[in-house]
Design a binder for this molecule. Structure first.
Ligand code: R1P
Length: 289
């Protein structure tokens, strides 16, 4: 079956709609960053660069780092952007854009997010690295897909009960990382834990400026959640969407977080640029190890 022009949208040069990429432009090992200015901070380490493009917040650069071909893509902020990035990257490798048919041979991408995040636990300080063992989706984007096979119903029900989760909000989902890739990237300096992925920065992450929250105790209930020694360590805005869509589409994904804030004790890194730079170098070297 040919996928219709209204569903798989291509630009006049045949590139995929938002990312502005042709299949030849990307490597199968891909780094996601949120901020488009962070792309150059990663590729500054490359031996050579063979391609770069940008459309809206989606900037992509492909090159060689220590002999390995890598692409770095900025996703912007939030799970809605991840829906675009993951579906379009998957289309580049698993759909023939000319015939508009799904390829018989599946290609799996290795995706590592290098992001920033706020810790929820006092013993995970600012300026540390955290690898997300699981993602807790509290934003709802993934419920547009058939998620039953990637969910963890017991942990999700325990979370719903523990937080007295409002039924007016989307149902929480727990999704695991790509285990093999995670083993490669982890080390004795990376904290591990469940990363909660919110669909906003203020209310959805329990921040109050002028608007009262639906549940003002939610963050402390998230902090104290413990399911068989799994605890929620940090909050950000992309990991669950990356883990969920990667699992559904057959890709391997790991999310690395530079902890720049500690929400539990109210501290913020004195030099967030340095911890992000350190995480970039650490992750690049783990990818090529
Ligand atoms: C919010 O300021 C943004 O920062 C975090 C959040 O996930 C959100 O995207 O990550 P990045 O620094 O990777 O964008």
């Amino acid at each position: 079956m040919n996928i219709k022009h209204s569903e798989l949208i291509l630009n006049p040069n045949g590139s995929i709609y938002h990312l502005n990429l042709l299949p030849k432009d990307i490597a199968t090992d891909i780094i996601f960053v949120g901020d488009q200015d962070r792309v150059d901070k990663v590729t500054a380490h490359f031996d050579s660069i063979d391609f770069t493009t940008q459309k809206r917040e989606f900037k992509t650069t492909t090159g060689i780092y220590k002999g390995k071909r890598l692409s770095v893509i900025s996703t912007g902020i939030g799970p809605d952007n991840i829906d675009i990035v993951l579906n379009e990257l998957d289309a580049l490798v698993n759909i023939n854009l000319e015939t508009r048919q799904i390829k018989e041979k599946h290609t799996a991408l290795n995706i590592v997010r290098i992001g920033t995040s706020g810790s929820l636990q006092t013993d995970i300080p600012v300026d540390s690295f955290l690898l997300s063992s699981h993602a807790l989706d509290i934003n709802g984007m993934l419920h547009s897909y058939q998620v039953e096979e990637i969910a963890h119903p017991e942990m999700e029900q325990a979370f719903i009960k523990h937080t007295n989760w409002s039924s007016k909000k989307c149902e929480p989902l727990v999704i695991a990382n790509g285990e093999k890739l995670a083993k490669k990237i982890a080390s004795n300096i990376t904290f591990k834990g469940i990363t909660a992925t919110a669909g906003g920065f203020y209310g959805p992450q329990g921040r109050v400026l002028r608007l009262p929250l639906q549940d003002s105790d939610l963050n402390s209930k998230i902090d104290s959640f413990n399911y068989k020694n799994n605890r929620i360590t940090n909050l950000e805005m992309e990991t669950s969407a990356i883990y969920g869509l990667s699992k559904l589409l057959g890709h391997n994904a790991v999310s690395m977080n530079a902890i720049i804030a500690n929400r539990a004790n109210g501290t913020f890194s004195e030099n967030p640029g340095k911890i992000v730079a350190d995480l970039i170098k650490y992750t690049l070297d783990k990818i090529v190890a």
